[in-house]
Structure formats: C-alpha cells, structure tokens
Design a binder for this molecule. Structure first.
Ligand SMILES: Nc1ncnc2c1ncn2[C@@H]1O[C@H](COP(=O)(O)OP(=O)(O)OP(=O)(O)O)[C@@H](O)[C@H]1O
Ligand SMILES: [Mg+2]
Length: 351
C-alpha cells in the first residue's frame, strides 16, 4: 500500500527555477507518467522523490509521512535510469542481489528473491553473465529486476527505454507495465514520448516550465486538453481561433467556423465571449458530400488512412484523416464533416 502526495515542490539551480510548485499524486498501485519536453523538470521531480536532490520547498508525502528529510537509502524506493548503470564487473545475479546484500538479507532468501525477480523480467538462466555479454534490452531488464528485488514501496523510472531501439522499446515497455501491475507497485515514469506515456499510464502529468499543467488520464489529456500546449504535445491537433458565442449548458458551447455553426464540448474554465481555441484532431474531420467547403492542398496515402491537408475559404489550413478509399488530389474542391462531439474548446493560453 503506497500512496504519494506531492505539493508545492520547488527547486532552484542557481538562477534557474527548475520546479515551480509541482503538485502530483499517485494512488496505490497506480503508474503515473511525467510527460513534457526537454528541460521541463521531469528528472528534477523524480530525483526529489528518490531523495538524490533536496527540494527548496514543498512536501512529498508517502502514506501520509513527509519524506523530504529522509535519506534515499531509507526510502526503500526502486530506481531505474536511462543508462542501465549496472556494475560492469558483477554478474547478473550479483547485480540483482546487491540491494539485498546491503540490507543484510540471509543468503538463502537472497537466492530465492533474485530467482523470483529474474523470472519476472524473463531472464532466468542468465544469472552468471556479465552485463557486457547482454543486449541493451536485457541489461535494462536486469536494472528493472534489481529495482524490484528489494520489494520497493515505490518504483521510479527515468526514461528507462531511451537507449533501446524501437522494437526492444516496445517489448520492455509492456514488460514494465505487466510487472508493475502484477506486483501492484505504485510507480512514477518519466518520458518525453507521448505515445509511451499514453500506452503505459493510469494518469499522466503534463509538465511545462517546472509546473504540472494538466494531470489526468491519457484519454482526458488527449480528448480534453487544458490548453493548446497539452493538445500539441499529445498528438496532432488543428487549432482554430474561436469566440464561444453562447454557453448552451455546463461544458457545451456554440461556436462558428466560417458559416458553419457547431455545438461542441469545452472546458468549464471558458468564459462567454473570451477568446478560445477550437481543437479538431485529424480524426474528428472527414471528407463528405456536404459540409464546410475546402480545397485540397496535399494528400498522402498511408495504407489504413489518408492524410489530407486542406484550406478553408478564409485560408485556414487543416489536417484531416480521410478514408483511404477516396481518390483525392491537390486542387480538388471538397467538403468537410466535423465530428463535433470529438471537438474540444479550450481557453487561449500562451504556449
Ligand atoms: N545540475 C543542474 N544545474 C543547473 N541546472 C540544472 C541542473 N539540472 C537540471 N538543470 C536545469 O533544470 C531544468 C530542468 O531539468 P530536468 O533535468 O529536470 O529536465 P527534464 O524534463 O528531465 O529534461 P530531459 O527531457 O532533457 O531529461 C532545466 O532547465 C535544466 O537545464
Ligand atoms: Mg530528464
């Protein structure tokens, strides 16, 4: 049972404010990703949780207890970094057993727990290998076993797949999720890869300049981003300046794109008449016999779909995902159907 509550976390490196009031939670057994571009404070947040860095302010509560003053070795957290950091001169067994030796666990118990951990990450049989005789994916699985063998209260992973090629990344990613769920371990996972964060996480904290700008499920951050920054960071998005003309109900707005009036869901933080942005993901737009008139600028056949760039009468450019069965070519006059239920209206906040 491990529940984490982080509030008002700040950290300064000289003149740089790296963390500016980070707030985050993880429920028992939850995997929470920290997602954001380079330099937004993901690693700094994780290192504060691990205890390798002391924050300048804020609190980190684990099951109600503030751990900021607790040294890292007393936190009982398992940590996995991007660059495996295995001991090169120790075998796989010795690498995994290391944390148990430090904790003075009896040798027979060490044997048993190392065997269990290696079975979890599917490395049984490689106990006597040295790290240099392992592939990158295998080394990263040893690092995962080493973090798990101590039965950590919390698992912390900082871009653990960054050094792996695409195929291995996929394999180790699913293994991490499977092991984390099987063992029911609460985990924080740092990544700048939105697909990875969406596929793995129960909840995602999207970070921007040392702050968490949205903390929600993958579905929520993709379909209902709090601001344009989140929308763009979580996938392709057309953004149209809009002025919500009328509030129809809580979270439902009437907006116009040119001559076409739409009823779309939107953030509750919007104010009537204030400037807003209408997000239309490419899959919320399609080519139709009638609808918003547009002209095709470019079309690319992708097999399962067709990526199509179009311009509206006023010059606005949109990207849409069209059926691969339609023949479209640059210059064609077309009409767009808008799936208004999957559009999203959000406040216009500077990126
Ligand atoms: N030891 C340090 N000294 C000075 N500034 C630092 C130090 N470590 C990090 N920073 C700065 O703090 C900010 C946050 O860095 P952090 O490493 O947390 O980012 P990140 O989100 O993990 O980025 P990346 O995706 O590149 O790993 C950046 O502006 C970075 O330059
Ligand atoms: Mg980092």
């Amino acid at each position: 049972m491990t529940q984490v509550d982080i509030a008002g976390l700040t950290k300064r490196y000289g003149g740089t404010l790296a963390l500016d009031g980070v707030a985050l939670q993880a429920r028992d057994g939850e995997l929470v990703s920290l997602l954001g571009p380079s330099g937004c404070g993901k690693t700094t947040t994780l290192r504060c949780i691990a205890g390798f860095l002391t924050p300048d302010g804020g609190e980190i509560r684990v099951d109600g207890q503030d751990i900021v003053a607790l040294p890292p070795q007393k936190r009982d957290f398992g940590v996995v970094f991007q660059n495996y950091a295995l001991f090169p001169h120790l075998t796989v067994f010795q690498n995994v057993a290391y944390g148990l030796q430090v904790r003075r666990i009896a040798p027979a118990e060490q044997q048993k727990r190392v065997a269990e951990a290696l079975a979890l990450v599917r490395l049984t049989g490689l106990e006597s290998r040295l790290p240099r005789a392992l592939s990158g994916g295998q080394q990263q699985r040893v690092a995962l076993a080493r973090a798990l063998v101590i039965r950590p209260r919390l698992l912390l992973l900082d871009e653990p797949l960054a050094n792996l090629d695409a195929r291995l990344r996929d394999e180790v990613r699913w293994l991490i999720r499977e092991v984390q769920q099987q063992a029911g371990i609460t985990a924080f996972y740092v990544t700048h890869d939105q697909a990875e964060a969406m596929a793995l996480s129960d909840r995602v904290a999207v970070m921007k300049g040392g702050r968490v700008v949205q903390f929600a499920t993958p579905r929520e951050i993709y379909q209902r981003p709090a601001e344009a920054y989140v929308a763009r960071f979580t996938g392709e998005a057309n953004m149209l300046p809009a002025r919500p003309a009328q509030r129809l109900a809580e979270g439902l707005w009437r907006v116009a794109i040119g001559e076409t009036v739409l009823e779309v869901p939107g953030a509750t933080t919007l104010a009537e008449g204030a400037s807003a942005l209408l997000m239309l993901r490419p899959e919320a737009l399609s080519l139709a016999p009638t609808g918003v008139p547009a002209r095709v600028l470019a079309a690319a056949f992708l097999g399962a779909s067709q990526q199509c760039d179009v311009a509206l009468a006023d010059g606005t450019r949109l990207r849409l995902q069209a059926s691969p069965h339609l023949a479209v070519a640059p210059g064609d006059a077309v009409h767009l159907a808008v799936d208004a239920a999957h559009a999203w209206l959000m406040p216009d906040i500077a990126p």
